[in-house]
Design a protein. Structure first.
Length: 210
């Protein structure tokens, strides 16, 4: 295998501030299809996506701000302003939900959610490979029923898992320094030993926090 695809994985970073143009129809199809390749115990396909494009992005922003207040969670004026300033340029949001199934319980609920998380990671990587900036957030009314009802993600069948914004980066993202994997890996040999805890096996490189 060539190294180039791996370099995409290694260089992915979140890009919050994006603008038009968003993904072309062809690119959006590839991004969504990438989600379908996520690992998925039991082939439950628990991921659900709602596309929010163009003017609908600000409609969702206004709904989320108002509904969050109505739910008894006050938002500061500064937070409202920063949310609007961020979203008014975003050409595409993908709302993400996990489909829960109270009848088919063979696969534990958390495994469904992990599969949805993996599907989002595939979308983030696909967007990055296609040259877009993408960012996963749970800030925009993710935990507010009124917002999720409006998106068609009603309880108890669905659990909203956030929103992915995708567009053209407003600024070229600076490379992000990542931690050395060794700080997170231990080895278990199986013979009368315990694995060395990862945090003891190696220390975080200077300047990095987790
Ligand atoms: C499930 C999930 C929800 C997140 N929600 C938020 C959020 O609401 N606000 C935020 O600033 N970052 C949030 N993040 C983190 C960003 O998406 C991003 O990962 C982080 O800024 C680090 O950037 P990186 O992806 O380049 O490492 C969330 C990440 C995940 C996995």
């Amino acid at each position: 295998m060539s190294v180039a695809p791996l370099n995409y994985l290694l260089s992915r970073c979140s890009v919050k501030y994006v603008q038009a143009p968003g993904p072309t129809d062809e690119h959006l199809a590839l991004i969504l299809q990438a989600a379908m390749s996520a690992p998925d115990h039991g082939r439950e396909r628990p991921w659900r996506f709602a596309l929010i494009r163009g003017a609908a992005v600000m409609h969702l922003a206004e709904l989320a701000l108002a509904a969050t207040e109505r739910a008894g969670r006050p938002i500061t004026a500064a937070k409202e302003a920063s949310t609007r300033a961020w979203l008014e340029k975003v050409p595409l949001l993908i709302a993400v939900a996990c489909h829960l199934d109270s009848v088919s319980t063979r696969i534990p609920e958390h495994e469904r959610m992990l599969a949805v998380g993996a599907s989002v990671t595939n979308m983030l990587n696909a967007a990055h490979m296609l040259g877009y900036g993408a960012y996963w957030s749970t800030g925009l009314g993710t935990y507010v029923d009124e917002v999720n009802d409006a998106l068609g993600f009603e309880k108890p069948g669905y659990r909203c898992m956030g929103h992915v914004s995708i567009g053209t980066p407003i600024q070229t993202p600076a490379p992000v320094k990542r931690p050395d994997y060794q700080a997170f890996v231990s080895e278990w040999t199986g013979v009368g030993e315990q694995a060395i805890p990862a945090h003891a096996a190696a220390s975080m490189p200077a300047g990095l926090t987790d």
